[in-house]
Design a protein around this ligand. Structure first.
Ligand SMILES: [Zn+2]
Ligand SMILES: [Zn+2]
Length: 174
């Protein structure tokens, strides 16, 4: 691959992951925590093993939650394929790798210092950061990128406020 094509592939891979994480976080992950049950019951169930959290278990509920979270990436892959199919493959491979890697805390692994430093620099979510989300669903958003954490927390608070108000109206109407 020539230098220009390679840069284009890296840019497309980054775009796929960044926009995919953005859409997945704000259109699925955060709303699921407020209005849904599937993600919370599957992904935040305590005392499950690595295979369960890393979507390696074939249980239909695990696959369904994984697939719904991955839908934005799949849609973007189709859109970006003609720009750089190499970039799409690179992004999807990295994305899949990150799903496994961010759950290695369940295996007792710890991120080595230099990798944690690199992730901080690239704004990439480490397994330790993601694990905080497993324990406390109000923090640690952005499955791949940490920049989505703060806006996701704001959206979560706002949606919970709306849900509470909606419930109040439902109760007073009934
Ligand atoms: Zn997780
Ligand atoms: Zn969650």
């Amino acid at each position: 691959m020539r230098g220009g094509r390679m840069l284009q592939a890296i840019a497309v891979a980054w775009l796929l992951l960044f926009v995919g994480d953005f859409v997945s976080t704000f259109c699925y992950h955060v709303p699921e925590h407020v209005f849904g049950k599937l993600h919370v019951s599957v992904h935040h169930a305590p005392r499950k093993n690595f295979r369960h959290y890393a979507v390696l278990s074939g249980r239909p509920s695990v696959v369904a939650d994984g697939l719904l979270g991955a839908l934005p990436y799949i849609a973007l892959s189709v859109l970006l394929w003609s720009y750089s199919w190499q970039g799409v493959l690179l992004g999807m491979i990295f994305g899949q790798f990150h799903v496994w890697w961010r759950h290695t805390t369940a295996l007792g692994w710890r991120t080595p210092g230099p990798i944690a430093w690199l992730c901080r620099w690239l704004l990439i979510t480490t397994p330790e950061q993601h694990w905080r989300h497993h324990h406390n669903s109000t923090i640690g958003y952005g499955d791949i990128f940490t920049v989505f954490d703060t806006p996701a927390r704001c959206m979560l608070k706002q949606l919970r406020r709306w849900r509470a108000r909606y419930r109040y109206f439902l109760v007073s109407a009934g």
